[in-house]
Design a protein around this ligand. Structure first.
Ligand code: TIU
Length: 225
């Protein structure tokens, strides 16, 4: 399979056509604090197993994507150690006793440089892959992501990561408004809440694919060969 040829993948609401060389794999916020037992997500009472089921399909897809020499970008949600980029409204949201910036089970919660903020070892970025650090839920807000994608000739995104209804949905909407086609892989995105997983995907593919397409990693792996 030539990576500059168009590939067609079975997807909803209709097949997704893409040119791998112009398509990046965007891996959203697969961070220890969201996914690991004992992290921030679990501390808030969330069921991390709902996210952890995405690790193995993501790992397999990442390995194949890298083997074809295709582009990968990783993102991390978090804030600088002085918290100057943390809106006060975000800090106090949830009225939790422990909030962003406070000491947590894996260092200061969602602070750059702390163990819990980093990406899980199973999907750790190669030194050559851009890692976008972002203060918000959307990957495009207050980051260089759009410029990086433009500079690399990327027109389409395969989006994987967590969580489906929060950072994945926000990012797909931002990407759609900037002119990118987005394919979301349902086995590679996760929500702490099964009903939000289902509806988060439905919202993307409804109305003729209002924000993008939904498929699964086996379809992409089969197409790449
Ligand atoms: N990455 C991401 O989705 N951040 C969140 O805060 N997600 C929640 O579901 N809380």
């Amino acid at each position: 399979m030539e990576m500059d040829q168009t590939i067609i993948i079975k997807a909803e609401p209709y097949p997704f056509e893409f040119v791998p060389a112009r398509c990046a794999l965007l891996i959203i916020d697969m961070q220890r604090d969201f996914l690991e037992p004992g992290g921030f997500g679990e501390m808030l009472g969330n069921d991390v197993s709902q996210l952890r089921r995405t690790i193995e399909p993501n790992r397999q897809l990442l390995a194949v994507w890298r083997a074809h020499g295709l582009q990968v970008l990783h993102t991390r949600e978090g804030h600088g150690p002085d918290l100057t980029d943390l809106p006060p409204a975000k800090k106090v949201r949830g009225r939790s006793k422990t909030c962003i910036g406070d000491p947590g089970p894996m260092g200061r919660i969602l602070v750059r440089g702390e163990p819990g903020h980093d990406i899980i070892p199973e999907l750790y970025p190669l030194p050559s892959a851009p890692v976008i650090d972002k203060p918000g839920k959307g990957d495009f807000f207050a980051t260089d992501l759009h410029a990086i994608l433009q500079n690399r000739g990327i027109e389409q995104l395969i989006v994987i990561g967590v969580t489906t209804e929060v950072c994945v949905n926000t990012t797909v909407r931002e990407a759609n408004d900037r002119g990118y086609d987005c394919l979301i892989l349902e086995d590679c995105v996760g929500s702490y809440f099964p009903e939000f997983q289902e509806m988060g995907l439905n919202m993307i593919k409804a109305q003729g694919g209002i924000f993008g397409w939904v498929s699964s990693s086996p379809e992409v792996l089969a197409a790449l060969g």
